[in-house]
Design a protein around this ligand. Structure first.
Ligand SMILES: [Zn+2]
Ligand SMILES: [Zn+2]
Length: 237
């Protein structure tokens, strides 16, 4: 039950989000910290516990994959129950799928080293960044992919701009669709935009499905359904 709708991992009740942080205690590890959401019964699960299994699953699958299609790779990974419907594990998933598809499509990259670097960076991006920071963890993760491939730092003139260009395009599309958050929708948009930008700016073509279709809406109580670009055609009125 707890995994079915992207709600409380302890009891399955819906989450309540606060505008200001509150002191909370993780039900799984006992960590006391500040957080923005508890369930209706008062449970809190910290980001570290929430994404522990998902992040390792992402990195294990990517390290062994030969897929050139980052959307297909992400869908394969999302199908495992280590990935919750929503959560900060997607902040690792997007960049990892892109790094893997880039290498498999012929890009020069030490994938193991790149995934290790992405892991370190992506764990710094908390859940809820979309609503609380004005940016989205999936977009940031795509930015990390771009940064790693281009060797960007705060001091590299051209890669600095290219990385910001990619994230700005992703955020523009996310804003056009609007909320509430869906980590699947944001992931698909980030992957589509990143693949297109990789072809345009780096001359490397990944594969993409003709039509990316979501299969996870039954697990997301806030699905936008026909207002989502990935809602299946047969479900449209
Ligand atoms: Zn609960
Ligand atoms: Zn915890």
């Amino acid at each position: 039950m707890a995994r079915s709708l992207g709600v409380c991992l302890v009891c399955g009740e819906p989450l309540r989000y606060f505008e200001e942080v509150q002191e909370v205690t993780c039900e799984e590890c006992g960590r006391v910290e500040t957080g923005h959401a508890v369930c209706e019964a008062g449970h809190y699960v910290c980001d570290q516990c929430h994404r522990a299994r998902g992040v390792e699953h992402v990195l294990t699958v990517c390290a062994a994959s030969d897929l050139r299609d980052p959307v297909a790779l992400a869908q394969q990974i999302m199908a495992d129950d280590a990935l919750y419907p929503n959560g900060p594990e997607h902040h690792t998933l997007v960049g990892a799928a892109l790094l893997t598809a880039y290498r498999n499509a012929g890009g020069a990259l030490d994938l193991d080293a790149a995934l290790a670097e992405l892991r370190r960076r992506s764990l710094a991006v908390p859940g809820g960044a979309c609503g609380y920071w004005g940016t989205c963890g999936a977009a940031i993760s795509a930015g990390m992919y771009c940064s790693i491939v281009l060797g960007a730092t705060p001091m590299t003139p051209v890669p600095w701009g290219q990385t910001a260009r990619l994230t700005s395009r992703i955020l523009g599309r996310l804003a056009d669709v609007g909320g509430p958050r869906c980590c699947k929708r944001s992931t698909f948009i980030a992957l589509q935009e990143a693949a297109a930008y990789t072809a345009e700016a780096m001359g490397l073509t990944m594969e993409l499905p003709a039509q990316a279709t979501c299969t996870f809406m039954a697990r997301n109580a806030e699905c936008l359904r026909t207002a989502c670009p990935f809602f299946p055609e047969h479900g449209r009125a």
